[in-house]
Design a protein around this ligand. Sequence first.
Ligand code: IFM
Length: 411
Amino acid sequence: MNTEFPRNFLFGAATAATQVEGGDKNNTWYAWAQKEGRIKGGGSPLRGTDHWNRWREDFDLMANMGLTTYRLGLEWSRIEPRPGVFDEGAVARYREMLEYLNARNIKPLVTLFHFSLPRWLKGGFEQPESISVFERFVRYAVDRLGDLVEDWITINEPNVYVVKGYYFGEFPPGKKSFPLAMLVYKHLALAHIRAYNAIHELCPGTRVGVAHHLRVFSPYSPFNPADAAAAKLMKYLFQDAIIECMATGNLVSPIGHNAPYGKGCYQDFFGVNYYTRSAVKAKGFADTVFEDAPVNDLGWEIYPKGLYKLCKEVYKKYRTPIYITENGICDAADSRRSRFIVDHLYQVAKLLDDGVDVRRYYHWTLTDNFEWLEGETARFGLAEVDFETQKRTLRPSGWLYSLISKTHKLP
Ligand code: IFM
């Protein structure tokens, strides 16, 4: 098999504004972190990696690593600190960042909504008005930054946002209601379509997609039909239904049953965020891990073949170019990350060999960061961060990834 990547295949790293920038008190995650016990180790996104001030250092690191693309997020609450009031200073900073990236031939891919909302957006995406409010923000951001960006992600991991925030109640707003979760799914799907259309209207030729969190769902006991049925249902409810709504505009059950903005194709690329596989037990509709499976520091199974399986599946169904918008491992000791990278990129090489149009790979993530409920304790970075001094140190796996990006070959 050919383990050389085409010259136009892009290798990059992905981050999210709230996880790295620091300094913003106006977002829902800062508010959520104020209650003791919610975030492991008592962290908050207020510190992050101080990327808001140290972005040049981080971008230089990427340039030295030979990365050619970077996925970054915009903090909505920074850009629009009050409803309809926009902060020109914040946008100017993002412009500076994007210009710096472009000057170094690092193609930006910009995420508009990644788990964190402005605190003033009461009720978040539960309210139908949120669709227009989001569109207003998107239009503003794209109008000011669109000349510097060719690829946009409207929404990151709608399923994780909904399941954690509205079903398990672990993420803000901490609710536990299936009907509400479905309503938020519906509003997110419509918000995506409105944003998709708005971006194309403002910047024709731009590529727009969603970063979907995809998992493999396998029956815990392969010969148990109840486990098999539960795995199928979990997969549909967690990812397949929302993907269909966002990709085609057709709201499918249990999210909806019509196409309010018309059926069509609302994605120019398919963003795949891939980490793990779930071993599903029918009893208790439980999402577990296979015994003896290799796992990361958070207990998630390391299952590279899943990346191949899922990309093949979505490509067959939607025929859109694929960007792997996230793939990474929580591994503080850096003892498994190098292997993880090579094994997953091997699957990407296989996909290319099989004619699947995968165009980019973004490792999650460039530096250690604020990992939501895990705070600063979960280490996903190619570079280690000492949060006290904010010193960045490239890990051995970071050097390896740099070599792969520079040579376009797997070692
Ligand atoms: O840190 C997150 C990211 O924000 C969304 N995808 C999964 C990552 C690791 O948990």
